[in-house]
Design a protein around this ligand. Structure first.
Ligand code: HEC
Length: 109
């Protein structure tokens, strides 16, 4: 009985911990999503690209163009190709840029 209680307590502690981790991750994702909607969605709604349909921001398209992590996405924001707005650190600070990038990587396949 004592042992069962111990396991129960451990389970509760663990799920509380994972709940916390999820909550903080969730907050960054929400911020990333809001920033994406504010700055990027006008051209990249739903992970597409209304200006250049070859350059969507789904995982596979990014990989095909050499972008495999959040740093690659931030680099594109700082130094975009033709037709894309440039986002400098004044418009989108590095920490926000990272949140947008992580939102993109997690959201669009
Ligand atoms: C005015 C329209 C426009 C806006 C706003 C815009 N983009 Fe783009 N984006 C483009 C175009 C056009 C390209 C293709 C450029 C090229 O040919 O290299 C592109 C390409 C990209 C790529 C590379 C895609 C690939 O498959 O190679 C990434 C990543 C990207 N944009 C991210 C963003 C992010 C993040 C934002 C918001 C902070 C944003 N874009 C805002 C038009 C836009």
């Amino acid at each position: 009985m004592k042992r069962a209680l111990g396991i129960l307590a451990a389970t509760v502690a663990l799920s509380a911990l994972s709940g916390l981790a999820f909550a903080s991750g969730g907050k960054d994702m929400k911020k990333g999503e809001a920033l994406f909607k504010q700055h990027c969605a006008s051209c990249h709604a739903d992970g597409g690209n209304i200006v250049n349909p070859q350059k969507t921001i789904g995982k596979e398209a990014l990989k095909a163009h050499g972008i495999t992590d959040w740093k690659g996405i931030v680099k594109t924001m700082r130094n975009p190709g033709p037709g894309m707005t440039k986002f400098d650190t004044k418009t989108v600070p590095d920490k926000d840029a990272k949140k947008i990038a992580e939102y993109i990587l997690k959201t669009f396949k």
